[in-house]
Design a protein around this ligand. Structure first.
Ligand code: 5GP
Length: 196
């Protein structure tokens, strides 16, 4: 047996999951501890939140700029999230990522993940799951300040989104942010195919 480790190649991971499962927090944890991982910066029409920087957290664009990107075919996928703002993944950097040798990750919503599955089926699709349905419902419903109909709508959203798990290659349970981030990074490295 050879003592030399087999060559490794990095992989594109598409991280998706239900609303409020903590995808953004897990992605931020990967960014903090694994600078070797390239994480796609999405474009969005939503306004920046305090502390968010253009080009770091998102590229913040106008509706017109978003339209222009979409019309030119510069977005790998795009979706309206929560019925309000538009989000999309710039195609160019994702195409260049494999050549860089760095593992790459997209953190997007379920609609976006389904679109990427059509064009890049070779990516690894990871479903981030809450520890329990009750925990997700607790996070979704928040502090109980919403109306009964809003609450019912959010719970229905959770039910539908949790059912998407079977569409994914791998499930990571978000028991604890750091552990989930490490599990994700471990999935990014795969052994190169045996070419002998
Ligand atoms: P937030 O506005 O809280 O940062 O993100 C809201 C939602 O948009 C999250 O579920 C996040 O995964 C999703 N999202 C962020 N970037 C993209 C993207 O480029 N494409 C799609 N389809 N969803 C995205």
């Amino acid at each position: 047996m050879s003592e030399i480790d087999p060559p490794r190649r990095s992989r594109l991971i598409v991280l998706a999951g239900p609303t409020a499962v903590g995808k953004g927090t897990v992605a931020a944890e990967v960014r903090r501890h694994h600078p070797e991982v390239w994480i796609s910066v999405s474009v969005t029409t939503r306004k920046p939140r305090p502390g968010e920087e253009n080009g770091v957290h998102y590229w913040f664009v106008s509706d017109e700029e978003f339209d222009a990107l979409a019309e030119r075919g510069d977005l790998l996928e795009s979706a309206v999230v929560h019925g309000v703002n538009r989000y999309g993944t710039p195609r160019g950097p994702v195409d260049l990522a494999p050549a860089s040798g760095h593992p790459a990750m997209l953190e997007i919503d379920l609609q976006g993940a389904r679109q990427v599955r059509e064009t890049m089926p070779e990516a690894l699709f990871v479903f981030l799951k809450p520890p329990s349905r009750e925990e997700l419902e607790r996070r979704l419903v928040g502090r109980g300040t919403e109306t009964a109909s809003e609450r019912a709508r959010r719970l229905e959203t959770a039910r539908v989104e949790l059912a998407a798990e079977s569409e994914f290659d791998v499930t990571v349970v978000n028991h604890e942010v750091h552990a989930a981030a490490e599990e994700l990074v471990a999935l990014m490295m795969v052994d190169a195919p045996d070419l002998s």
